[in-house]
Design a protein around this ligand. Structure first.
Ligand SMILES: [Zn+2]
Length: 363
């Protein structure tokens, strides 16, 4: 029974999609934005942190957990058709409502990219292609190729796989807008050179074609509103992904030293249970980089990487103001470098006031 409660917790991945559709239906277009920035941090107060170890999942539970991202992807495709339908009806709504709807889709798809991420790491071709399809439909065809390149060089700052320690989140995201396609093409060429050939469906060109077809579909459905929304998706989705990459990797690049003798610490983690459930444990980022082929439901907290002082919603808002970010995070980074095994997460708090090195305590 306890196992199935644990499985049910991952149904939280569907929450943003449900909120998007429900919010639009009742005329509250900004509902997913409120969910991410307003509700998630509060739920943290109730759920606290994940346990140190994952349950020993039964065969049935493992199969269910493995199937859930595929079911999500099927729903996601249904929602895409619904978005086209709603774009076609946009003329009857106010400009403010249309802007709110587009922004809410951006937030929902950005949260859905956590499911895409779990899928593109799967061994099965169908799962990997579903993960790529989800992002390509919203103008992010480079998602898988760029992400695999990131895993190959997670501390590389020149290639923008990791931010420089003195780089703002804004500049990192802007730099990645042109670095990401370049890195994705390099990675694809490398795979093709090693394999001799790849299935056309797995080529970058195919997924760029899907994005072009989606632009045509959105324009056909919503006219200028559909076309502009697609451009907004194509710019903001990579930027939001870069925002999260910044939070996960800041200060851990090759331009910045690590604790004595340690070379592989690449990810800040957040142990909030709600965030782990909604991101499919992407927030347990150090462990994910150590074992990228592990299924999402097997990832666990790691004592080898630094711990974020708050969840992603709060950290994104802080990183929007670079001086605030440096003031909070520099002492924490230095504290981790001095005592790498002495870190404290936010627990049930929105903020962890123990950001300074001297105030951390053994987890
Ligand atoms: Zn990954």
């Amino acid at each position: 029974m306890k196992q199935w409660l644990g499985v049910a917790g991952y149904l939280a991945m569907f929450l943003p999609v449900v909120v998007l559709v429900a919010g639009h239906t009742i005329g509250f277009e900004w509902a997913p934005v409120v969910l991410f920035f307003g509700v998630y941090p509060l739920i943290r107060l109730l759920t606290g942190e994940v346990k140190d170890k994952q349950p020993l999942w039964t065969e049935a539970a493992s199969r269910t957990l493995a199937a859930m991202p595929v079911v999500y992807a099927a729903c996601f495709l249904g929602v895409y058709a619904w978005v086209l339908h709603e774009f076609a009806a946009a003329d009857g709504r106010s400009t403010a409502d249309n802007v709110g709807f587009t922004v809410s889709i951006v937030v929902t798809v950005a949260l859905g990219s956590c499911v895409s991420h779990a899928l593109v790491h799967c061994r099965g071709a169908i799962q990997r292609r579903l993960g790529s399809l989800m992002m390509a439909l919203y103008g992010y065809p480079f998602f898988r190729a760029e992400h695999m390149a990131h895993h190959a060089m997670p501390r590389h700052v020149d290639a923008a796989h990791c931010p420089r320690v003195h780089e703002s989140m804004w500049w990192f995201a802007i730099r990645r807008l042109w670095k990401v396609p370049m890195e994705a093409m390099d990675w694809s060429r490398g795979v093709q050179a090693r394999a001799g050939h790849t299935n056309v469906i797995d080529s970058l060109g195919f997924w760029c074609g899907v994005s072009v077809a989606s632009l045509a579909a959105m324009t056909w459905a919503g006219g200028w509103y559909g076309a502009i929304s697609f451009v907004v998706f194509a710019v903001l989705l990579p930027m939001l992904n870069s925002f999260v990459a910044y939070i996960q990797h800041w200060g851990l690049g090759v331009d910045n030293g690590q604790p004595g003798g340690i070379r592989k610490q690449v990810g800040w983690e957040d142990r909030c249970r709600m965030q782990a459930l909604t991101t499919l444990n992407l927030s347990l980022h150090q462990h994910h980089h150590e074992r990228p082929n592990d299924a999402y439901f097997r990832l666990e907290p790691s004592d080898r990487g630094p711990v974020l002082p708050a969840g992603y919603s709060v950290m994104v808002l802080i990183a929007l103001v670079p001086p605030l970010w440096r003031r909070l995070m520099m002492p924490r980074l230095e504290g981790w470098k001095t005592k790498p095994l002495v870190q404290k997460g936010a627990g049930k708090g929105l903020y962890c006031v123990a950001g300074a090195a001297g105030k951390t305590e053994a987890a």
